[in-house]
Design a protein around this ligand. Sequence first.
Ligand SMILES: [Zn+2]
Length: 505
Amino acid sequence: MTRAQKMHAYIPITVLWLTVISARTLDDYERNKTSLLEQEAIVSVGAGLRLSEDELQVNNILMTLKDEENKNSIANPENYNFTKHYFTYRDQIEKSRVYQIIKRMPKGAALHVHSTFVLDEEYMLSLTYEDHLYGCYVGTDLKLRFSDGVPQRPCPTNWTLLSELRNATDVEQFDSELKKRFTLYCRDQKDIDTDINAVWNHFDSIHSITKPLITYRPVREKYIYESLKRFYDDNVMYIEMRSGFHRLYELDGSEYDPTFLVRLHMDVTKRFIEDHPDFIGIKFILTKHRSANIKDIQEAVSVARKIKTEYPHMFAGFDLVGQEDVGRPLSEFLPALLDANDMDFFFHAGETNWLGMQSDENLIDAILLGTKRIGHGYALAKHPVLMSLVKKKDIAVEVNVISNAVLALSRDVRNHPLAIFLSFGLPVVLSSDDPGVWGAAPLSHDFYVAFMAVANQHSDLRLLKQLAINSIRYSALENRRKTRLFKVFNKRWSEFLKEVLAMSL
Ligand SMILES: [Zn+2]
């Protein structure tokens, strides 16, 4: 362990007030520099944790590997992945030994995940092999629909069974083109260097092709189970899913009430827990797109209210989604949102590079409306008053580093505002937003990137553990289930320490 690591590992919890202004002797200088570094470290996320003997040993291994992986980066920035777009290094992450540790680490909960963007293009492609799927080309777009006969829906060409479309051409080529429709992932630099609106348009097109696939009830059942499995395998034991009010359908075209989606998730989760007894479950944060009008929001709130009454243990709260720069701000929906004070809010806010626009002022609206957590809060670092308020009111910030990189807010992730949030000791939770759309691990890639490149280079196992603890603490779980999740986490944490100590890294 280096001197700096030791210093950061054993900082006393007492708050030292800043009394040092200058130094006149070498001794003063050394003492005062140490004191200033300590005072900064004490404020940061994770500094309050004390590590056990096993944890100290694991921390030694972890920090040695972290130092090794980052050590030549100043001399050779061309080899330092984190200055580049996530897509250029995504497939190398799994080779990292630090990642091997992070992957095994229990991470508590994922609190910012959109239910329809969890699974990657390979899985989405496999769903297109299900029977009764029809396709219709609209220009270069492809519409999909499951149906027991030719869908009775408008189509400018012809509805044709997808299997026929596939078999009428080179199957490999057809599937390769189809897969691209389910992902933002691209290799070409010119595609990577696109602007924020273009990325969001692409993102919205993925939603358009995905929705008819996973609103077909039997497919959605499989999709939900697989989503839970992926998170579980990534050591996540509880999920808060953001979801729109989708009406699921059957082969004969009949549709369910929007509350059925919650019912189906409840049933599948129950089945999943029978197979995986230490999984805690999921809750919904119901969402409406910010392109909606106020009447739409009022209707959405009343459906959310119905779900809250019928499935209280599945309901967390309400949120608005969509690109903030071009969508309506929260302030436009004030009458509807003020009337919805019987439910908790978890607003996306400040997912923007702009300062002084409506999109970053969403942060003010979200706080004034009593949001329990802030989704992204990317612009928060530019608002020192709000940042202090968020800390004082203990409003957790749901940070999604890779999402912000892919959706064109940040490139070199060392500049991500999470660095400031962590240094300032904000209540941060890490999540992954839409990992399937960029082919990330459910949560481990986000932890890895945040730990290696965004956080202080001295940040250690305490940060990782604190982030996992925060995800449980700031969840919308009832106390009884929260306690259970902490128990599961602690048990898995002990096993994780033993596993790392037994690994040959
Ligand atoms: Zn989101």
